[in-house]
Design a protein. Structure first.
Length: 339
């Protein structure tokens, strides 16, 4: 069935004199210091974009982009920004600078996130961020997950200053983990975990293997654990105990972790992005007693004790009590990138 295309703006036929008068009117309207994008009709936006020289070396399109950027900023400022997205924006600023390029425009990170998802017309944007916005932001934290049309202004910049609250890792290795702690049948939470660190143990293993030609034996299992007090470079922390708690074995394998190109089949990894994520959920036992407030997680090579490989803080701590549904990292929620 043939569908009728949506008409965005109807351009009225005009005589040359009427065209000049209309263009002059649009020019003056857009040039006013208090002009906003909302002052212009769709037809006027189209006409403004066609004005070759708006003033000085600026075109009408340049002014239209200025008005759009101001509208983007105003819209985002009126939104309730989740803590996860505030942390994400801070991470992206520390890594790539305060702005990114979206097609031909330079935008702040939250504005860029909205344009990439909802388009260039802010009047049709939603009034609140949703869970999918947070999920997409997590993907942006991995260099191989940038959406089409979005590119960093500082390609390759990944040096994170401690003054921004992030950790600069040896050999410029950034372990970016985006984690979602989801309780089945409970309101889903998507606490963003960014700037997490490799432990001293794994850093030393990698250094010895790469530079000192020492054999490296990969662990035969990889267990994900939950903590109520932060672990650190040397391990430690306070792991949840009792109440049926147990670490979850997320053993290595092509059917367990995606390939670096996003493969979900049992094939050799052929990607170039340097990232992976869990293919299936990482589900902990149903608590039979209070576990306390979970604030961190880590990956170790044993069901108890063992060596810790990496760790991170959840952006939103979660109280887990007796009788709560089994907590889980959802499928695709734990993203790991070495960049």
């Amino acid at each position: 069935m043939k569908q009728t295309p949506t008409v965005i703006a109807e351009v009225k036929p005009r005589s040359p004199q009427e065209t000049r008068a209309f263009r002059d009117a649009v020019h003056m309207k857009a040039a006013h210091p208090t002009a906003t994008l909302g002052d212009l009709t769709e037809e006027e936006k189209i006409e403004l974009s066609l004005i070759p020289m708006f003033g000085g070396d600026r075109s009408g399109m340049h002014r239209l982009l200025e008005l759009r950027k101001a509208a983007y900023i105003a819209h985002v400022q009126a939104m309730d920004v989740p803590a996860q997205l505030t942390q994400w924006a801070g991470f992206m600023q520390a890594s790539y600078g305060p702005e990114t390029r979206v097609w031909s425009q330079r935008l702040g990170w939250l504005e860029a996130l909205m344009v990439a998802r909802y388009g260039e017309e802010p009047s049709v944007w939603p009034q609140a961020f949703d869970e999918d916005d947070v999920k997409r932001a997590m993907r942006w934290a991995l260099k191989n997950k940038w959406p089409d049309g979005v590119s960093p202004l500082l390609p390759g910049a990944s040096s994170l200053g401690t003054e921004a609250g992030y950790t600069r890792l040896g050999l410029a290795v950034l372990l970016a983990l985006a984690a979602a702690l989801i309780l089945v049948l409970a309101p889903p939470l998507f606490p963003l975990v960014i700037g997490s660190a490799l432990t001293n143990f794994w850093e030393n293993e990698l250094i010895d293997h790469l530079f000192r030609n020492r054999s490296y034996t990969a662990p035969t299992a990889l267990f994900v654990a939950l903590y109520t007090a932060a672990p650190g470079e040397t391990g430690g922390g306070t792991e949840v105990s009792g109440g049926s708690y147990a670490r979850v074995d997320k053993a290595q394998g092509a059917t367990v972790w995606e390939g670096t190109g996003g493969e979900t089949t049992a094939t050799d990894s052929a990607g170039t992005g340097g990232g992976t994520q869990n293919i299936s959920a990482i589900t902990f036992p149903t608590p039979s007693a209070n576990w306390g407030t979970v604030t961190h997680f880590a990956a170790l090579d044993a069901s108890s004790g063992g060596n810790m490989y990496f760790y991170g803080a959840l952006a939103a701590a979660k109280n887990i009590n007796n009788g709560d549904p089994a907590p889980a990292f959802g499928a695709g929620a734990l993203d790991v990138a070495l960049a």
